[in-house]
Design a binder for this molecule. Sequence first.
Ligand SMILES: Nc1nc2c(c(=O)[nH]1)N[C@H]1C(S)=C(S)[C@@H](COP(=O)(O)OP(=O)(O)OC[C@H]3O[C@@H](n4cnc5c(=O)[nH]c(N)nc54)[C@H](O)[C@@H]3O)O[C@H]1N2
Ligand SMILES: Nc1nc2c(c(=O)[nH]1)N[C@H]1C(S)=C(S)[C@@H](COP(=O)(O)OP(=O)(O)OC[C@H]3O[C@@H](n4cnc5c(=O)[nH]c(N)nc54)[C@H](O)[C@@H]3O)O[C@H]1N2
Ligand SMILES: [Mo]
Length: 771
Amino acid sequence: MKRSEVTDKPAIDPYDDPTGGWGSVKSLVEKSAQEGLLASTVWTTLGHQNKADGYQCASCSWAKPAAPSPFEYCENGAKATMWEITPKRCDRAFFAKHRVSELLEWTDHELEKQGRLTTPMTYDASLDQYVPITWDDAFRDIGAKLNALDPKSVVFYVSGRAALEASHMWQLFARIYGSNNLPDSSNMCHESTSVGLPESIGSPVGTVTLDDLDVCDMMFFFGHNTGTNAPRLLNAVQAARKRGAPVITFNPLRERGLMRFKSPQNPIEMLSPSEGTKMSSDYYQVRVGGDIAAMTGIAKALFALDDAARVNGGARVLDTAFIAEHCHGFESFEAFVRDAEWEEIARCSGVPRDELEHVARVYSKAERVIANYGMGLTQHRHGIENVQMLCNLLLMRGMMGKAGAGISPIRGHSNVQGQRTVGITEKLDLIPHAKFEEFYGFTVPKEKGLDTVEACEGILDGSVKGFVCLGGNFSRAVPETERIEAGWRKMQLSVQISTKLNRNHLLACENTYILPCLGRLERDMQNGVAQTVSVEDSTACIHASIGRSEPASPELLSEAKIVAELAKAAVAGRSTVPWDEWVADYGQVRAAIERAYPADFKDFNRRLGTPGGFHRDIGACRREWRTKNGKANFLTPESFDVDPDIDTTARDVLKLITVRSNDQFNTTVYGYDDRLRGVKGTRMVILMNANDIRRLGLTDTDHVDLETHAGDGVTRRVENYRVHAWPLPEGNCAGYFPELNALIPLWHHSRRAHVPAAKSVPVRILKRRAA
Ligand SMILES: Nc1nc2c(c(=O)[nH]1)N[C@H]1C(S)=C(S)[C@@H](COP(=O)(O)OP(=O)(O)OC[C@H]3O[C@@H](n4cnc5c(=O)[nH]c(N)nc54)[C@H](O)[C@@H]3O)O[C@H]1N2
Ligand SMILES: Nc1nc2c(c(=O)[nH]1)N[C@H]1C(S)=C(S)[C@@H](COP(=O)(O)OP(=O)(O)OC[C@H]3O[C@@H](n4cnc5c(=O)[nH]c(N)nc54)[C@H](O)[C@@H]3O)O[C@H]1N2
Ligand SMILES: [Mo]
């Protein structure tokens, strides 16, 4: 089997059916057959998804309602479930049959498709194979290896799925060992939010809950592919549309979910011949990276409307009372916006002046407005400025800290937000370190640890020597694939706590281990009692999650147990953390979390069963600004075009956006059909504007190579992609992550948040010579 992301019959026909609808149902039936799952198993399991007495979906982090529908899941959540409860096994026999060098030729899809990992394994270089190891030996060896390394040279990565309990234990373990190197998948994701929002409104997370969505009278969507990545949110958007609320979307791609939707949870709608609900009242194909310009245009038009209202004696458009009482920085923001030239705004955003004026008029009439956003804002060089500009827009009209209004960053992994809440961070000022020292009798290291980009720099320069991963597929998710893979192999220790085989496991170094763990859907028995875990959703609500499925293998241990055993092997006697007691009763870990974070987790164990989850203590929701100056801050960007690395005068350079298909969860590729974009049977496509195809001397369906235009002397190249004409702005193009990560320079990231700028990669498209 060769690594290739194309099946025999690729086909590309833009999809124009509604999202949801029967297409979703058909896709699910096909996926359950592909996994060899019995329909009865699938439906029984899904019946517990996102329910108070069941498990919280392991796919996205979207909020779970207090009164869930019987089918409180979406196509993609159900896919994630089937992927985890699959009867397929990647077991000893599999590893005995395949050498690692052979597996390196396989695709991401083929690797994970082998099924659940069952047995702890270690790499044997003489055989070029993974061989079984007992849990005891694995823990003892890893503990000894860790103690032979300088703690500052070891990284403890977490992908956003692990629950609050295991995550809290993980960061304690790392810090007792002596390392604050705790990068999280959120470093590649919403770190622009986590850095940007505290400066603007004094909260690292959004202010919106499901109750707000129910009463808002307008929504914005910037840079989020909701139909694929948080499909259950479409139900709230649809309800808003049915109440007549405008929904205004800015996205270079015409994403189906925000255009048309039929709810698979609504039988009447499913059986009607209608085309579903028109989701965005207005949809603007903003240029990649053009959001600051677009938002400046909206703000400029708002000022003009407000000026007119003042002259005519009409109702003010700006919330002047709110601005006077709560805000700081308004004057310099106003000067920036008033000085901005319309011509420049239209050029940088790609959206004409009259359209932005229309948006301002619609916005000026609404009273309760929610701004949703995703990776289209955060994964840019100016990711933080994007997020802060959206706050500015809301603050102008006082759309913060009142019912039906606020900022809504749509988070990624199902517990990525919660991991930050309970201590997974490389930044010391974000954790209650004095409490940790007092509670557990150890000294927390005081220097800042490595984030994802800095950990990658350490892999490349050889200063990082050990990597321990609680989930994820680090090497595949980060930029600079080839150099990172080469660097990984030179490390001394690689430990992966995982459910499925992925490419990162195949980068063998001196000491390499795969530790297979229970998934969230599986029964987790400790001390004879089935344990509950907890997760935080995108709206800062904390939920219980109880697994009920039979574990994929009797050898699997829970994440909490694995963390505790690693800690006992590596840092025994160096703290008073009662590892065994915690594993025997996860309620005790929750009590420890409550002790460390009393405001957010008051009465944690008692409130755990709250329907819809219990909401964390977010000051901005009640206009309490936990910023340095105690105000909500208007923060003015330096300029519109803040992509300093891209030479826009070079006409053959395009800005590439790397996105997810509807058939993947991050690096987990379920299959090759991006149904909602109509791309079937392939991931090896580059979607381009027809004018660019012509201008660059190409024709539709030509095969091309892509090279990064970085000017740093490094050649970054991917080969044999098929060009396809697509309705997206000129000068932009799009393709799939993680295959295209090889093109992203490591230094190309949001300046202060260090989120790789995966949405504006400068590339040249090179026609392949005929073979
Ligand atoms: N099924 C499924 N669900 C998922 C995931 C998954 O892979 N599969 N991943 C999870 C994770 S970890 C995350 S972080 C989220 C990600 O969810 P999203 O934030 O939706 O992430 P992407 O798929 O990268 O899509 C980004 C969107 O931004 C648009 N965009 C790109 N550049 C710009 C720009 O400059 N401006 C604007 N306005 N828009 C732009 C793209 O066209 C695309 O629609 O989803 C989570 N949920
Ligand atoms: N170019 C580009 N790159 C990107 C992005 C992009 O939009 N464009 N998006 C970025 C974003 S937003 C993110 S979040 C990262 C994702 O980066 P990661 O979170 O590191 O990657 P995943 O693909 O989610 O990890 C999949 C693996 O997690 C393991 N796993 C699954 N479930 C469990 C579990 O319950 N427990 C444990 N221990 N392991 C489990 C499986 O072994 C599986 O192979 O990628 C980033 N990279
Ligand atoms: Mo993410």
